[in-house]
Design a binder for this molecule. Structure first.
Ligand SMILES: *[C@@H]1O[C@H](CO)[C@@H](O)[C@H](O)[C@H]1NC(C)=O
Ligand SMILES: *[C@@H]1O[C@H](CO)[C@@H](O)[C@H](O)[C@H]1NC(C)=O
Ligand SMILES: *[C@@H]1O[C@H](CO)[C@@H](O)[C@H](O)[C@H]1NC(C)=O
Length: 382
C-alpha cells in the first residue's frame, strides 16, 4: 500500500521522476493451467532446521545464535510451541556443521559427555560436543507435543582419521550411533528419517569423505537400521549426504549404494553468497540471479533419474546467505522474495522436502533468536 501511495505522490508532483519509474513497469499476462501438475512434493514439504551452534559461534563480529542450539533451546517457550504447532505438521531437521562432532551419551561411550568449546584447530573452531540422553528425552517429548516430524542427522566422521587438507579416511565407527538409535527405539521415539553426515560431499565444507567410502558406510547403516526396526511397522527413511551437490560425487554415491539403500538424496543450497554482503538485498530482488540455481536442481534431478530412480531429492538445508545469514536482511520481509522463489523452483524440479535454515538461530531464523516471535518468512508457509 505504502508504495502505491508514494508512487502516486511522485507521479503528481514530479513528472520527470515518474518517467523514470514508468520505464520500469511492463505489462504481461500470466496464464495458469490448473488442470496439469508439473511435479509433486511430499505432503510434508515444509521443513525447518535446528542447529548445534553454541552461543559463541560468530561471523563478521556478530554472534546471532544465542541459546538456540539443540542442546539449550528453551523448549518451554509458549511461542516456540505455538509456532511449530501452527505449521502442523512441520518437519524439523536436526543437523548442521557441528553434527559430525557430536557424541551421544549412551552405551559404552568412553569419553565424558562435554559441551562444545572453542578450540584452535578443531573442525569449525570447536571441540567435540555431546548430546545427553536426558536432553534427548526432553526433545522427544517436545516433538511429540508439537507434532513435529523429525529428521536427525548422525555424526558420519566418527572413527575416521583426518589426512592432508580436509580429507577424512577409514571406515565409519557405527558403535555410538547404533547405541543411540537403539536407545531411541527402546523409548518409542518416532524418528521419520535418519540422515548421514553434514556437508562432507565433494570437496566438503571443513571435511570431506570419498563417495565410495561413504556409500560403503551407508550400506552398513541401512543393514543395521533394517535389523533394529525389523519388528516395527514404521521404518524410518535413510537419507544422505546433506551436502553441496557435486555431480561426480553424487552420481558415484548412488552407483555404490545401489537400490534400496537411500530413500532420499539431501543437498544444501546457499545461493545468495556470504551474509556480510552489503548488496544482499539487491541480490534477493534480482530475478535472474535467483534463477541461476535452477541448474543445480536440474542436474540433481538428472543424477536421480539416471542412477537412483528409487530415491527422492530433498533440500536438506537452505538459508539463502551463508555464515549465519545477513544481519537485518535475512530476518526481514525482503528475504521472502528469495524464499518463495526458491520454494517454487525446488518444487518444480520434483524436490520432495525443503528445509529452511533455520527454525530459530542465526540471522535467518523463521523465529527471532531472543523473543521467539515469528519473522516475516514464518508466514510464507502458513
Ligand atoms: C543464554 O543463556 C545464558 C545462561 O542461561 C544467559 O546467561 C545468556 O544471557 C543467554 N543468552 C542470550 C543471548 O539470551
Ligand atoms: C506421541 O506419543 C504417543 C505415545 O507414545 C504416541 O501414541 C503418539 O503417536 C505420539 N504422537 C506423535 C505426533 O508422534
Ligand atoms: C530479535 O528481536 C529483537 C527485538 O525486537 C531485535 O532487536 C533483534 O534484532 C531481533 N534479532 C534477530 C536476529 O532478528
Amino acid at each position: 500500500m505504502g508504495f502505491f501511495h508514494l508512487a502516486l505522490f511522485v507521479f503528481l508532483v514530479s513528472p520527470p521522476l515518474s518517467l523514470v519509474m514508468s520505464k520500469d513497469i511492463e505489462h504481461g499476462s500470466l496464464i495458469v493451467d490448473g488442470a496439469r501438475s508439473v511435479a509433486d512434493t511430499d505432503d510434508n514439504f515444509i521443513c525447518a532446521t535446528i542447529d548445534w551452534w553454541p552461543q559463541d559461534k560468530c561471523d563478521y563480529n556478530n554472534c546471532p545464535w544465542g541459546n538456540t542450539s539443540i542442546i539449550n533451546l528453551d523448549l518451554s517457550q509458549p511461542l516456540l510451541t505455538k509456532a511449530i504447532q501452527g505449521l502442523k505438521p512441520l518437519r524439523i531437521r536436526i543437523g548442521g556443521s557441528l553434527q559430525d562432532q557430536v557424541l551421544y551419551e549412551v552405551g559404552n561411550l568412553k569419553s565424558p559427555c562435554q559441551q562444545f568449546q572453542k578450540k584452535n584447530g578443531g573442525l569449525f573452531g570447536f571441540s567435540k560436543g555431546c548430546l545427553q540422553m536426558k536432553r534427548w528425552d526432553e526433545l522427544n517429548q517436545f516433538f511429540n507435543k508439537t507434532g513435529a516430524i523429525v529428521t536427525f542427522g548422525l555424526n558420519a566422521l566418527n572413527g575416521r582419521r583426518k589426512t592432508k587438507r580436509a580429507a577424512w579416511v577409514g571406515d565409519w565407527d557405527i558403535t555410538n550411533a547404533h547405541d543411540f538409535i537403539s536407545y531411541t527405539i527402546s523409548k518409542g521415539y518416532q524418528i521419520d528419517s535418519w540422515e548421514f553426515g553434514n556437508e562432507l560431499s565433494g570437496k566438503g565444507i571443513g571435511a570431506n569423505v570419498g563417495a565410495a567410502q561413504y556409500g560403503k558406510d551407508l550400506i552398513k547403516l541401512k543393514q543395521i537400521l533394517n535389523t533394529m526396526y525389523h519388528n516395527y511397522k514404521f521404518k524410518p527413511s535413510l537419507i544422505a549426504p546433506g551436502g553441496f551437490y557435486d555431480k561426480n560425487w553424487f552420481d558415484k554415491l548412488l552407483q555404490v549404494t545401489g537400490s534400496g539403500v537411500l530413500n532420499a538424496l539431501t543437498h544444501h543450497i546457499y545461493n545468495l553468497g556470504p551474509g556480510s554482503d552489503v548488496n544482499l538485498d539487491s541480490k534477493i530482488l534480482d530475478p535472474e540471479r535467483l534463477s541461476n540455481v535452477e541448474s543445480v536442481f536440474s542436474s540433481m534431478s538428472e543424477t536421480i533419474k539416471k542412477y537412483g530412480p528409487w530415491s527422492a531429492a530433498w533440500v536438506g538445508e537452505a538459508g539463502g546467505a551463508y555464515n549465519s545469514g545477513g544481519r537485518d536482511i535475512s530476518d526481514t520481509f525482503v528475504n521472502s522474495f528469495w524464499y518463495l522463489d526458491e520454494l517454487g523452483i525446488a518444487s518444480k524440479y520434483n524436490t520432495k522436502v525443503y528445509c529452511r535454515q533455520s527454525l530459530i538461530g542465526g540471522n535467518y531464523g523463521l523465529l527471532n533468536t531472543t523473543t521467539f516471535s515469528p519473522n516475516p518468512d514464518y508466514y510464507r508457509q502458513v
